[in-house]
Ligand binder design. Structure first.
Ligand code: AHR
Length: 748
């Protein structure tokens, strides 16, 4: 796009001054009216204040004003009220150029991947050589993941807990779309035999205030949980049940725990000891006798009278790496298969929260489950915090990924609607404590348990060795306001001073351009922030036309973590089109791997029927995992990283712009294996025959492994296929229409 934009600007710059010299006055008028958060001020211009022409809209603080007066004008037959500003003529020209540029960019954004095959009459051939003299070191951490509790990604998702609302902490208002969202959500009793109310008088822990007070009128009555849309059980599998219970009755019985079907069929049963007068934890193991997807859990006190229960939990013993309080095996595995080099957590918007009270506090998510503080989820549900910081760090370790925790920059989300509107800052009088909380996170992760209280907590949880945390993200696509800047600087300076070895990742707002992006970069550069987190969800056309996005980045500034991105097409789903455009962008990131250190697609997970955001990388329900086509782009890049980039030189037989723009190649070397890896994206409707001469790279084997992901553009189900290819001095191979191909060659 760069070249075309430059051309456009040069043409405008050449034409307008000539007009100005010939017959324009040296000043003109700008009329500013309306104001919307998206579009900002609308603008029109006129030479003489009588004949107004619409320029468009701009987010602006106002053109340089010499006179200003309120006025009503008629624009395209509509009367608008606004202010008139007398400005130098060049201001009008600049606004007009900016508007032209905006329209041109919109046009590029609208482009789609589909092309008519008739445009390409002759077979396309590409001669590929690699410019070894220009090879450079690149990041070997390019592909990671961003895990956020959105779309039921944690409770009811990756977190293997089967009981919904186990602590009776669901609070009215949290579940935006559910009128039945309250402390009793997912629970039921037979009211004729047992009454059930919520009490807060003497809870197990102050952070977990609510519990169920049962009044049993008829022995045998049970309290039933429906799970997250049913509890899936597998014949022969064992499930760990636990709860806290107490009873003031003189005659106290044990508890019978059952896995039941819709009509009361019993699929597994276990018993606890008789319960005591005071809160105590009880445990039992249930073996499922049948495989069904929608069992319920029933807790039956063998007594009458009052029984209090809380934190009722059912966990499959089979969790990822058999961790207690662990993760769902199939979901964790599909994530691990991406071979992510890092995991960003907990958000996204979850990190900075809807309102100051909703800022994610890492230290409220560790320790015994009953002591963790559940929270309202910004996406309109509830976070039990069962999958908290400890589980997160443990998962990172289990899959060999670096943790990249994100803390709020002392501000809540700019889109907040609770407790006030918009971005707000933690009051300055509380900022000292907040800064300490962030420093404690590093101490908790890396400290010596013999010397540090925080590190001791980590050791008590089962991890005496340090987690070796290297990164901390501060902020999530925040508006770069003064409120933000003051607080970010406090946090950044404190971390830098106490833990200079930690790489702090700043933020440059929610978009790929615009005021927050510009101000965010300026601010990060002033502070010498080592890395910044960029976010952009863009159309197919944007990705097609911004392949050079990072080519023009200043190598002396902060490194880039592209923390959130995805291709959004109408219908908001993933298919071959989105997968290939993301691959195209990743080829650009790899080419710029000297400054683009990390990337993560967003969002990662979505539970069918519970999504607040589309598209997502992996969809799932209670029993199935459904990776999208975009997932396979991430996987192919994750499985095939390099640490050295060798610039490709391609000579196409067809010189059309389409070919240059839609066929891209990346060549990297992986030091650990010595492999040379070629990635080829072909977004043409015809195959491209590649003729590759790898001789000068010391390719030693006669065969190579070629993996290809291809299909029709709207294909949502295709999967990569792998084959061996013969090398006979040269590599001659064809890449399919609409494909991503990875070729691995063994070198000395
Ligand atoms: O990825 C979903 C959301 O998109 C993230 O929470 C937020 O950072 C962004 O707006």
């Amino acid at each position: 796009m760069n070249r075309s934009i430059c051309l456009l600007i040069i043409v405008c710059a050449l034409v307008f001054p000539i007009r100005l010299m010939a017959n324009e006055p040296d000043s003109a008028y700008v009329f500013a009216y309306g104001n919307s958060p998206q579009n900002g001020t609308r603008l029109a211009w006129s030479v003489d204040r009588s004949n107004w022409h619409l320029i468009g809209s701009k987010r602006m603080t106002g053109p340089s004003v010499s006179t200003s007066l309120e006025k009503e004008i008629t624009l395209s037959g509509v009367t608008e009220r606004g202010t008139v500003h007398k400005v130098a003529w060049h201001v009008v020209e600049e606004l007009k150029n900016a508007d032209l540029l905006k329209k041109y960019k919109e046009q590029l954004k609208g482009e789609r991947a589909k092309l008519d095959p008739a445009l390409f009459r002759d077979p396309i051939r590409a001669k590929l050589t690699l410019d070894t003299g220009k090879s450079k070191k690149i990041s070997n951490q390019l592909i990671g993941i961003f895990f956020e509790d959105i779309n039921y990604a944690a409770d009811g998702g990756l977190y293997a807990e089967k009981v919904q609302n186990r602590g009776f902490e669901y609070t009215p208002g949290e579940g935006r779309r559910d009128p039945n969202w309250n402390h009793r959500k997912a629970w039921s009793v037979d009211e004729a035999k047992m009454t059930f109310r919520i009490d807060t008088l003497s809870p197990i822990h102050a952070n977990n205030k609510h519990y169920a007070a049962l009044q049993i009128n008829e022995q045998g009555a049970g309290l039933v949980n429906e799970g997250f849309g049913g509890i899936p059980i597998k014949a022969g599998d064992k499930y760990d049940f636990s709860l806290f219970a107490r009873s003031p009755e003189a005659k106290r019985g044990k508890l019978t725990i059952r896995l039941i079907g819709r009509n009361g069929e019993v699929y597994g049963e276990a018993h606890t000891k008789a319960i005591s007068r005071d809160w105590k934890k009880y445990e039992a193991v249930i073996t499922a006798r049948k495989t069904i997807n929608d069992a319920h859990l029933e807790v039956i006190p063998q007594m009458t009278g009052r029984v209090d229960v809380d934190l009722i939990s059912l966990f499959p013993q089979k969790t990822f790496k058999n961790r207690k309080n662990g993760l769902r095996v199939d979901l964790a595995q599909v994530i691990a298969d991406l071979k992510p080099r890092f995991v960003r957590f907990p958000g996204g918007c979850v990190a900075h929260g809807n309102g100051l009270d909703n800022i994610y506090r890492w230290n409220e998510t560790i320790g015994p489950l009953e002591a963790r503080k559940p929270q309202r989820n910004i996406w309109g549900y509830h976070q039990s915090m069962g999958l908290g910081y400890y589980e997160y760090f443990q998962f990172c370790e289990d899959i060999g990924a670096e943790p990249v925790p994100v803390v709020a920059a002392g501000v809540c989300c700019q889109n907040s609607s609770i407790g006030g509107r918009g971005q707000r800052g933690i009051p300055m009088c509380d900022m000292h404590d907040y800064v300490q909380d962030v420093l404690h996170l590093i101490e908790w992760a890396n400290g010596d348990p013999r010397k540090s209280e925080w590190a001791k907590k980590r050791a008590q949880a089962g991890h005496p060795e340090p987690f070796n945390l290297k990164y901390v993200g501060i902020g999530n696509e925040d508006v770069i306001s003064d409120i933000f800047k003051e607080r970010f600087a406090m946090l950044f300076n404190a971390v830098k001073e106490k833990y200079p070895e930690i790489t702090v990742i700043g933020t440059t707002g929610p978009f790929a351009e615009g005021p927050d992006y510009e101000e965010g970069w300026k601010f990060a550069t002033q502070l010498s922030v080592p890395m910044v987190d960029e976010h952009y969800y863009q159309s197919a056309g944007w990705f097609l036309n911004n392949q050079d996005y990072y080519d023009r980045y200043d190598r002396k500034k902060a490194k880039v973590y592209l923390g959130e991105y995805a291709t959004h097409i109408p219908g908001k789903h993933c298919n071959i089109e989105t997968a290939l455009l993301e691959a195209l962008h990743l080829i650009g990131c790899e080419r710029n791997g000297d400054i683009v250190s990390m990337t993560s697609y967003a969002p990662l997970l979505a539970k069918e029927g519970n999504t607040q955001w589309n598209p997502d990388l992996i969809y799932f329900n209670n029993t199935e995992v459904k990776p999208t086509v975009s997932y396979f782009t991430q996987k192919l890049f994750g499985e095939n990283p390099g640490d050295q980039y060798i610039p490709p030189v391609i000579d196409f037989s067809d010189k059309q712009e389409h070919v240059r723009k839609r066929v891209a190649v990346s060549a990297v070397k992986e030091s650990a294996t010595g492999d040379l890896i070629l990635k080829i994206v072909n977004i043409l409707p015809v195959p491209v025959g590649f003729d590759i001469d790898p001789a000068h790279l010391g390719v030693i084997k006669q065969t190579a492994v070629k993996t290809m992901l291809h299909g029709q553009l709207d294909d949502r189900n295709t999967r990569p296929q792998t084959a061996q290819i013969e090398i006979d001095g040269r590599v001659e191979t064809s890449v399919e229409p609409y494909s991503l191909t990875v070729i691995r060659l063994k070198t000395k």
